[in-house]
Each structure stands twice: as C-alpha cells, then as structure tokens.
Design a protein around this ligand. Sequence first.
Ligand SMILES: [Fe+2]
Length: 283
Amino acid sequence: MARRAVKRSAAGFVRGVRVPFTDPSGGKGFWAAFSRAPAHRHVRYRVALPGWRGRDVTVVFLSDLHLGSHAGDVGRLAAIGAEVKALAPDLVLLGGDHMNMMTFGGGRIPPEAIAAELAGWSLPMATVLGNHDLEYGAAAVAAAFETAGIPVLENRTAHFAIGEDALRVVGLADDMHGEPDLGLVAAAAGAELVLSHDPGIIYDLPEGAVLLAGHIHAGQVRLPGLPPLRMPPSRIPRALAHGHHRVGRRHLIVSAGLGCSALPLRLFAPPEVVTVVLVAEAA
Ligand SMILES: [Fe+2]
C-alpha cells in the first residue's frame, strides 16, 4: 500500500499530546466544560445502485468520529451504537478520521479503544482512514481496527452478503494524502459502493459510481443560509460540502460527521448519523 509520507503536525510533539495516546476514557479535564457535543441528527438517503438486483440494503455511514474531541465522547459513541443497532443495518461503513488530533483539550483516545467499542456492536463493518488517522499513524490505526475485526479498506475491496446477493465495497485511500487505486473501481460492472474519506475523489470515479465520504464536517462552523466559511484541503467545492449530490451520473453522499477538528465547536453544522438505503435500479 504505497502512500506519500504524511508530515506529522507539531501537535504530535507537544508534551501530553505525543502519540501513541494512552487514555481510553478520553478525559478532558479543565476543557470538559467547554467541549460538549451538540445533539446529533439522523439523515436518510435513498439511492438506486447501478447493477444492484438484490433487496434493499440499509447502510449506516458514520464518519469523522474524532473520538475525544468532545467531553464524554466514549459514552456518546456507545449511545450512538445503540441507535445504530436499532436501525438494524445490513452494514456499517466508517469514513475515517477516527482520531482526535487537536493540539489542546485532551480527549486523546487510543485507536484500540475506538475500534473495540465499534467492534462490540457486532455488526458487519468496514472502514477507510482519514487524514487525522494518517497524522496519528496509519499503521497503528489500521492495526487496531484489523485486530478488532474491522477491515480497513485502504485500496481494498470487501464483499458483504445481502440475502442471496453480494454487495461490493471498494475502499480508496485518501485523495489528498494517499494514492487511491482507481483501478479497483469498476462502476460499469455495478453493484458497487465506493468509500473514501475525502469527497474530492468523486471527480476521478466513473459515471454511475456511488461514493460515501466525510472529511468536510459540513464546514463545522457556518452562518445560517451561507456556504461553509472554511473548508479543509480538498478538491470538493463548497457547494458540495454536505449532503447528497449528483456529479454527472455519479452519486455523492457527504456526511457532516460526528466529531470536530481544530476546536470542539460546531455552528449550524450539526453532527449526524447517515443512513443510506440502496435499492435496485428500476428495470
Ligand atoms: Fe475530520
């Protein structure tokens, strides 16, 4: 899995912030009072998946956990797990950025603790890695998830049984920090879902592709009725920062994610749990 080297930020060398993280409780000490998570919402999309002939497939998509970016995030994730299980999904896909790499504010939860909580839901699951996971250390995060039984689809494909049929999920490495293997995507063959952290990869996917991505946090801090004030590095424009869009004949679903980066603050960009119902194309 070739990947361009990712520079670790100065945060990795500040006392108490240095990886690997060691506090599975995600304690935030003094910062706890200033870093409560806003209420998350549930959003639901229905997408006709080219080539799919099976029954409807319920996919829950969780992205940008940045677990520990808010006080009480460990309990919050367990509560979200109960909500996800109540949705009875066929599959849970994770869009990466599991790690909280904020310089200040604590809540630095090791990837083993995050993976253990997710694996404890006992649902079919797979993930890709985000730029903050790469900043922590791609090998360490991937090893934690693989050890917990959650496949890390960094330029890898997995098949999930849906009744008598098999849904193909292609995970691509990050668009800006990795080397996505576009040869894995064969949308013309159909019955395939693409998972990647940064939605900017949509422009390189073939017509008919269906992409689930995160990364943008819906801007994280917005003013009502206006596009995001600030965007993380990505090829995706502000107009496609969040929600379900058509890009040519491709479907792009960009989750607002659940956690925060830089500051534990969201304004007019609520965190969300996304459900995507994949249905067969009309004959
Ligand atoms: Fe993120």
